[in-house]
Design a binder for this molecule. Structure first.
Ligand SMILES: NC(=O)c1ccc[n+]([C@@H]2O[C@H](COP(=O)([O-])OP(=O)(O)OC[C@H]3O[C@@H](n4cnc5c(N)ncnc54)[C@H](OP(=O)(O)O)[C@@H]3O)[C@@H](O)[C@H]2O)c1
Length: 252
């Protein structure tokens, strides 16, 4: 049995709690958040606290708190030489206080508190400064049914950067498309099969091979027409930048 204390009550902590709770060989001893109200829904499922001094002895302490809070919060922990991990894609493992054994348990997925996620499909990037601690993280990931990858801080930060492109930037492009179609009273639902197919296609072929469209074909008249249709200067700049990027990639 792997015992866990979970710290934080946001998007990631909420999904982690459910996944840990469903795992046969993982026991969440305690769930901490500075604002106890956010844990009240779970008070019958787990011991909740907002008092850091009452934290129980666990095999691993999972700090699922904001990136900027990780370093300070790790130094506030009232114990030493225990195993503490954060869940961030971008924070260095060495940023945590060295009074404890340090590691990272980074679930590479986008999590919103109330949107269900099939947790066993989430790849977990693990890092630990001590070899035996790495085994704890492997077992933890395996108990959740997840694939795990031993990834160092530099690789994780690069993965996180790539994740910003495939998730945050892509989503912002959806947002722009939504605005543009809404402005002409066009139902965004018409574009949804295309969104799904775009994501599905790169499961089978490379992003390079999957590319189509006017920039790749260098259809100058269509590009000009699109730029004329765009009213927002920022949308125009994004269109031009991405069009140029596609042209560069495909040798146009
Ligand atoms: N969301 C994602 O898609 C995602 C995916 C992978 C990894 N991550 C990583 O997971 C971590 C948590 O992200 P999240 O999306 O779950 O964040 P979130 O929903 O914004 O929740 C942040 C949590 O951090 C706590 N917190 C903030 N400042 C604190 C401080 N100074 N001391 C103690 N607790 C503090 C908040 O406590 P209060 O409730 O009291 O404000 C809250 O429980 C981050 O490192 C993030 O990079 C996020």
């Amino acid at each position: 049995m792997i015992t866990v204390c979970l710290l934080g009550a946001g998007n990631v902590a909420t999904h982690l709690f459910k996944a840990f709770n469903n795992a046969e060989h993982v026991s969440v001893l305690q769930w901490f958040n500075r604002d106890l109200k956010k844990l009240s829904t779970y008070k019958n499922d787990v011991l909740i606290t907002n008092n850091i001094d009452t934290l129980k002895h666990a095999d691993v302490y999972v700090l699922a708190v904001s990136d900027d809070a990780i370093a300070d919060f790790s130094s506030q922990l009232p114990f030493e030489n225990r195993f503490v991990v954060h869940t961030s894609g971008s924070v260095n493992v060495y940023d945590m206080d060295k009074k404890n054994r340090r590691g990272v348990f980074y679930p590479l997925q986008t999590f919103s508190k109330d949107i269900p996620v099939t947790f066993k499909e989430v790849p977990i990037c693990i890092e630990a400064l001590d070899k035996s601690d790495l085994n704890i993280l492997k077992h933890l990931a395996e108990n959740l049914g997840c694939s795990w990858y031993k990834i160092n801080t530099e690789q994780r930060q690069t993965l996180h950067l790539s994740a910003v492109f495939v998730n945050n930037f892509t989503n912002q492009l959806y947002r722009i498309a939504h605005e543009i179609s809404d402005a002409k009273s066009i139902n965004f639902d018409i574009l949804k099969p295309l969104i799904l197919e775009t994501a599905r296609k790169v499961q089978e072929t490379s992003p390079y091979m999957a590319q189509t469209g006017p920039a790749k074909r260098n259809d100058k008249k269509t590009i000009k027409r699109h730029l004329k249709l765009l009213e927002n200067e920022q949308h125009k700049a994004i269109y031009e930048l991405l069009t140029q990027s596609i042209k560069n990639t495909h040798g146009r």
